[in-house]
Ligand binder design. Structure first.
Ligand code: HEM
Length: 490
């Protein structure tokens, strides 16, 4: 019996082992080996954290040069894939665009007092499509930009006035802070006609929200406090708008009016309105003012470029009036300077996407739900497309135009996948036109009206071009300089 039992047991074990082995084989057949993109050496628990410096896109750039244009990184328990060349960016953003139209969840959702109403991070679906259409046809359309031309003109005048005053007094200005304030006022007034008087400065409050949102993005308690203050402020402005609407004394429709009209038509929640407005500040102000600061810093450090720009303005606009937004189409060198600035100092260097299905990129497997970061900083330095990629050479864009490369003049909206300051495709930046309008107009005016000296003791100094550690690739040190009036603007 013992023998029979033993034989039976051995038989059962044999059958069981056979089943497990065949099941594993079957499983292996069903899930062939995944060919992951290469990774640098990892350390237990922290993964690749030790490879990263505070300027993350530069760390990714360095790693890509060692391990290739598509790498896989692990930080603690989470992992991501980083794309760093134009060819790989094209595969993700164009060839397989439909698989990469969502964004990964990042940070913690605990701060999200608007409960999943984010336009920037929402899944590619009904709500996103609705908001995107609204952005392109109304909120950020060219008609809406035209309606608010007077706002940009007034805010530019305010900036000029302040700089003329500093110039007369011979004092230094924090030009970065001035530009940030001005662009914030522009966006604030376009979004919700907020008052910008010194005593009741809602625009200034919002600037702090946008700025604070970036600085405190990982400190949950602070960000929740900030969001609650923002919520209260927007609530007040919303009530004012509603009142004006009822009283029939509404002038040019701002974004809040458009959103409120839809809210009334559809009886939807106001959370969507508040969140959209919050995201306009997060996405629009810091990025645009960062770009402007880099552009001015490059002009200060490259006097030949500045001289050429002034000659262009002089021959196109003359010497009797100030340059205007409507002059920009006739200023190709100005446009080339802005393009080159956005290439070399892209304010949004890391573009975040999520893969919605298993796919192959650059010959490697990228499983469903992988977080994908496209390093625009590396893509726009890809040596296959850019000669001397670290040099500031606006002329390269003029050459493009002349040689008519790829039958298109290099466009800003990511048509050419080696130039993606505003991303590309469906999920590309809807605020690009607003940002470019403001950047071109302000840069031209400042170049026409002022010299900016780094030192007022006659020492020929240049601006320190080191990058800070912020989310938007801002300058490390404040852009402080002495404005010297060269053309009386007011
Ligand atoms: C120089 C200034 C700016 C730069 C460099 C910039 C860059 C970008 C980039 C790279 C993206 C991601 C695109 C992608 O995934 O392909 C983005 C998205 C976005 N940007 Fe901008 N942006 C700027 C200004 C603005 C402005 C002024 C606004 C609005 C007032 C804005 C609103 C947005 C929004 C709402 C998104 C999310 C779009 C979506 O997820 O569908 N941006 N931006």
């Amino acid at each position: 019996m013992v023998t029979t039992d033993g034989t039976l047991l051995s038989f059962i074990c044999l059958i069981y082992s056979f089943l497990i082995v065949s099941l594993l084989k079957k499983k292996a057949k069903l899930r062939p080996d995944i060919k992951h993109p290469p990774s640098p050496p990892a350390v237990p628990f922290i993964g690749h954290l030790h490879h990263l410096s505070p300027v993350i896109h530069k760390s990714f750039h360095r790693l890509a040069q060692q391990f290739g244009p598509l790498i896989r990184l692990r930080i603690g328990a989470s992992s991501c894939v980083v794309a760093s060349s134009a060819v790989v960016a094209k595969e993700i953003m164009k060839t397989h665009e439909s698989l990469f139209t969502s964004r990964p969840k990042f940070g913690t959702p605990n701060y999200d007092i608007y409960d999943g109403y984010s336009f920037i991070t929402v899944e590619y679906g009904h709500y996103w499509r609705f908001m995107k259409k609204l952005c392109m046809t109304q909120l950020l359309s060219s008609l809406q930009l035209d309606r608010f031309i007077h706002v940009r003109r007034e805010e530019t005048r305010k900036l000029l006035k302040s700089l003329v005053k500093s110039s007369k007094e011979g004092v230094a200005v924090d030009l970065g802070a001035e530009l940030m304030r001005m662009l914030n006022n522009v966006i604030c007034r376009m979004v919700m006609r907020a008052r910008c008087s010194d005593s009741n400065n809602e625009a200034e409050e919002c600037r702090k929200f946008g700025h604070g949102g970036f600085r405190t993005c990982w400190e949950i308690k602070k960000i929740v406090k900030l969001m609650k203050r923002f919520d209260k402020l927007v609530e007040e402005v919303m009530e004012e708008h509603e009142k004006k609407m009822k009283d029939g004394v509404r002038d040019a429709k701002d974004m809040m009016d458009v959103l409120l009209d839809i809210h009334h038509d559809q009886n939807s929640e106001t959370k969507g309105i508040k969140n959209f407005i919050f995201e306009m500040f997060i996405a629009g102000t810091e990025t645009s003012s960062t770009a402007l600061q880099w552009a001015i810093a490059e002009l200060i450090n490259n006097p030949i470029v500045l001289r050429k720009l002034r000659e262009e303005i002089k021959s196109s606009v003359g010497t009797s009036r100030i340059v205007q937004e409507s002059d920009v189409p006739n200023l190709p060198y100005l446009q080339a300077i802005v393009k080159e600035t956005l290439r070399l100092h892209t304010p949004a260097p890391l573009i975040l996407r999520r893969c919605s299905e298993d796919c192959k990129i650059n010959g490697f497997d990228v499983p469903k739900d992988t977080r994908v970061l496209i390093n625009a900083y590396s893509v726009m330095r890809d040596p296959l497309h850019w000669k001397e990629p670290d040099m500031f050479t606006p002329e390269r864009f003029q050459r493009d135009a002349e040689e008519n490369i790829g039958q298109h003049q290099m466009d800003m909206k990511g048509l050419h996948l080696h130039y993606i300051p505003f991303g590309s495709g469906k999920r590309g930046c809807p605020g690009a036109s607003l940002a470019l309008t403001a950047i071109h107009g302000t840069l031209a005016t400042l170049a026409q009206c002022f010299d900016f000296q780094v030192d007022n003791e006659g020492i020929d100094r240049t601006i320190d071009m080191e990058e800070g550690t912020r989310f938007t690739a801002a300058m490390k040190k404040p852009l402080i300089c002495y404005p010297i009036l060269r053309f009386r603007p007011l």
